[in-house]
Write a protein that binds this ligand. Structure first.
Ligand SMILES: [Zn+2]
Length: 154
């Protein structure tokens, strides 16, 4: 089995780039990236220090429901290429820790899947979780509980 690691859907990023509002109906806030920890959730690349970034509320679920957590993400303010690969971007190895949790087809958390792990173990742990076909996908989050990316079976 291979993993499919992806940034947020391009149509959702495009809606924002074309002036759309975020999950709370607000416009993205533009700031200058400070430090190293500014991953764009579409291309899953780090926005270099000094470059502009957007901060906005994002709900990585198709619709509102009890398990559909909404929180802050960063995004390039202009068009970038969606990350799609069978591996994680290298910077995620340095997530200390990374939070992972599996969801079922109804987008509910499967509690037995929740783990706090070292970023370098993301590939192995996601493969283990997705071995169970009751799990539709895995979310990776930071120690701040910020959504990083979604992982599925390729
Ligand atoms: Zn980007």
């Amino acid at each position: 089995m291979k993993l499919a690691v992806r940034g947020i859907p391009t149509n959702e990023a495009q809606t924002l780039w074309q002036g759309g509002s975020d999950a709370y109906g607000l416009s993205p806030i533009q700031e200058v990236a400070k430090g190293q920890g500014n991953p764009c959730r579409h291309c899953l690349q780090l926005i270099p220090e000094g470059q502009p970034k957007w901060i906005l509320a994002y709900r990585p679920f198709p619709e509102k429901q009890a398990y559909a957590e909404t929180g802050p993400i960063f995004l390039h303010p202009t068009s970038c290429k969606r990350f799609e690969a069978d591996h994680f971007p290298q910077w995620m190895e340095y997530l200390e820790p990374a939070l992972v949790r599996g969801y079922d087809v109804n987008h509910w958390i499967r509690y037995e899947t929740g783990q706090v792990i070292a970023g370098k173990d993301l590939g192995r742990v996601c493969l283990e979780i997705l071995h169970d076909h009751n799990i539709a996908y895995v979310h990776v989050r930071s120690k701040f509980n910020c959504f990083q990316c979604r992982v599925e079976r390729a």
